[in-house]
Design a protein around this ligand. Structure first.
Ligand SMILES: [Ca+2]
Ligand SMILES: [Ca+2]
Length: 387
């Protein structure tokens, strides 16, 4: 083959994947970068893992993570200490939390980032801070407050009191670029207020969940399921989408099963697929789980934006996907039965060309596997509507 022809074939073979990769990065890169810290309260013990930013917190006051994906605060002395300076360099921020409040005295804190007259690690009189309380002592509604200069805090209020003993989603948005802050409850806009302060005015050495800078305020009583800090403004549709997607975290089942039960395999069981994590695209947190497969037989997952229902030639099963299939069949992605998992990279779905999942997309997933006697089969399928 002459050099020019070889080069043109090489170029052609490179062009498509490279373009796809660049597109995938371009579409998803900025959104991924804006979630700075994510605390899902998974695991056990007293280390609160930040699965995005590595800024792990410490659970104090005798509380411990119980492996259930939530943390119970006793309302007496329990709280979480996050690392200092999480606000450094931020102009805009969105604080998001899923919280089940147990009620009690006002001015409890969902979070409170700042400093106090007591110095690092201690309460006292609050000096600078940004906080979210499930109930302020004046209006008895959830309130976000900022004091980052001057002597009087600026507050933004919810429209109605917090329901206790039920999980509530909060998004407190600090739009420093446009001098405005807003509060959302369960995905619904409550109110906004002008601000004259900047996040740079907060000396965030005491970054606490469940504890106030002010020693007069009680600690939070209730449970927290998820807390996130974004370095940007989430707009109304992004907040609504995040609320709809839910808190996610390990073991959270997402998506809708269809096309099942599958045709049983040689083990006598019908292979099954589930999706776990979150349908929020910006979290990039989706794990596929397949089980009830024949032991020792290899398997991999498939993806498509189209559903189907066809018995492929030579297969014992039903292919529940249509259109262009995206097989996750790189060496590291292939596994052996009876079960397996795959953490899907939502920025790079292996259809042709490679595609990034976008909010509003629906993707379908299924697992293909070999079976004994040189046959093959498929699980049922799961459909995930991404937010
Ligand atoms: Ca305690
Ligand atoms: Ca959780």
């Amino acid at each position: 083959m002459d050099r020019a022809l070889r080069k043109s074939r090489l170029d052609a073979s490179l062009r498509l994947p490279l373009t796809a990769i660049v597109c995938a990065w371009f579409m998803s890169g900025p959104a991924q970068a804006q979630l700075l810290h994510r605390y899902s309260f998974d695991g056990s013990g007293t280390v609160l893992v930040d699965s995005v930013g590595g800024a792990d917190g410490t659970v104090l006051g005798g509380a411990t993570l119980g492996g259930t994906g939530t943390l119970i605060f006793d309302g007496v002395d329990d709280y979480v200490e996050l690392p200092p300076n999480l606000l450094t360099g931020l102009v805009d921020a969105t604080f998001e939390a899923w919280v089940d409040w147990g009620g009690g005295v006002a001015w409890q804190r969902i979070f409170d980032f700042g400093d106090s007259s007591g110095g690092p690690g201690n309460q006292g009189n609050g000096l600078t801070y940004i906080v979210l309380t499930p109930e302020d002592g004046t209006n008895a509604v959830p309130t976000g407050a900022v004091l980052a200069g001057g002597t009087t805090s600026i507050k933004v209020y919810a429209n109605s009191a917090t329901a206790t003993a039920t999980m509530v989603h909060y998004a407190f948005v600090f739009d420093g670029a446009n001098d405005s802050m807003s509060l959302y409850v369960d995905g619904i806009f409550q109110s906004s207020t002008p601000i004259t302060m900047d996040l740079s005015g907060i000396n965030d050495v005491n970054n606490w969940l469940g504890r106030s800078q002010w020693s007069a305020n009680p600690n939070f009583g209730g449970t927290m399921t998820e807390f996130r800090l974004y370095g940007e403004v989430l707009d109304a549709s992004a907040v609504a989408g995040s609320y709809a997607a839910g808190p996610g975290g390990a073991g959270s089942v997402v998506g809708t099963s269809y096309c099942g039960p599958a045709i049983p395999n040689s083990s006598g069981l019908a292979g099954a697929i589930t999706a776990e994590g979150s349908s929020a695209v910006l979290l990039n947190d989706l794990t596929l789980v397949a089980d009830q497969l024949p032991p020792g037989q290899f398997a991999f997952f498939l993806s498509s934006q189209t559903q189907g229902f066809v018995n492929p030639p030579g297969s014992s099963g039903i292919l529940c996907l249509g259109g262009g299939l995206g097989p996750f069949h790189q060496q590291s992605q292939i596994f052996q039965g009876p079960s397996g998992t795959l953490a899907v990279d939502l920025t790079s779905i292996p259809v042709n060309p490679v595609q990034a999942v976008l909010p509003g997309d629906t993707w379908n997933f299924q697992c293909w596997y070999r079976d004994i006697g040189n046959t093959n089969n498929l699980t049922d399928a799961v459909s995930v509507a991404f937010q």
